[in-house]
Design a protein around this ligand. Sequence first.
Ligand SMILES: C[S@@+](CC[C@H](N)C(=O)[O-])C[C@H]1O[C@@H](n2cnc3c(N)ncnc32)[C@H](O)[C@@H]1O
Length: 299
Amino acid sequence: MRVAEDWLQISLVVEGADTMAMVEAVFERFGAQAICLDEPGEDLFEPLPGAMPLAASMRVSALFPAGLDFDSLARAIAKEIPGVGPPSVETVGEGWRAALAERPVPLRFGRLEILPALEATAVPRAGETARVVLTPGLGFGSGRHPSTALCLEALARHRLEGKRVLDYGCGSGILAIAALKLGAARAVAVDHDPQALLAAADNARRNRVKSRISVLSPERLRARPLFDLVIANILAGTLIDLAPRLSASLAPSGRLILSGILAGQEEEVARAYAPALSLRARHERDGWVSLELGAGMGR
Ligand SMILES: C[S@@+](CC[C@H](N)C(=O)[O-])C[C@H]1O[C@@H](n2cnc3c(N)ncnc32)[C@H](O)[C@@H]1O
């Protein structure tokens, strides 16, 4: 069956992160333009900071352009992922594209640009732009939340060429990937949520930085080597709990960027990192604050 409509949404309900990744891989091979994970009745595009449930079963939906050979796709899924499917198919006309187009894309932070995958081929890239392309729906971190935006602004301000970067609480991997696109040599992306790790690895592959990134659960983060830049966008209480670990990961001349802090909470957070690290800069956006800390006095 060849379908003539403009856009098709193909969906499958699957169980387990491995199966999810296999379905995504088949969808991508058949030309998916956007992939979205959700639970029935729940939108995971941008959950609250710190909240990223991994449900037992998830729906993986993908958007395909006209001309998709649906029968071949269904056969590939049946053959490669036994026990899954069959996929459901629904025509969506321009609805999904229009919904994405309503979002303010691309997001810009200095020479950094953040684009949802669906828009990536449609937007020409200017010479110096460092572009990060993200799959909507995979992990917290689309760039639209003020706490993420503060981190992206900070990354765009810093000279990252050749630097080692730790992104702790990586979600979609947006910060680690942005750092690599801005010239960092290596990045380590850490999250305690398996779904975030999947999303970060997937986005790293999409952005062709997989060979320069390690995506890890917290237990697998080694004490050495130290990082030139550590960035963490998590809630204030977690940043306080993580103070010993994040401080110990930072090279003596390194910088620590903390975000996810509500205005009014910053003194408490900064206190947890003193006296080893002191405040270098503070930035605020829509009631959210980011702090930049470094060792010793002054710059
Ligand atoms: C607000 S999101 C930030 C995502 C992305 N870095 C960004 O800036 O948009 C926080 C992330 O930290 C993770 N997280 C929360 N507490 C954590 C902890 N104690 N250890 C590791 N990851 C944690 C969550 O799973 C979530 O993916």
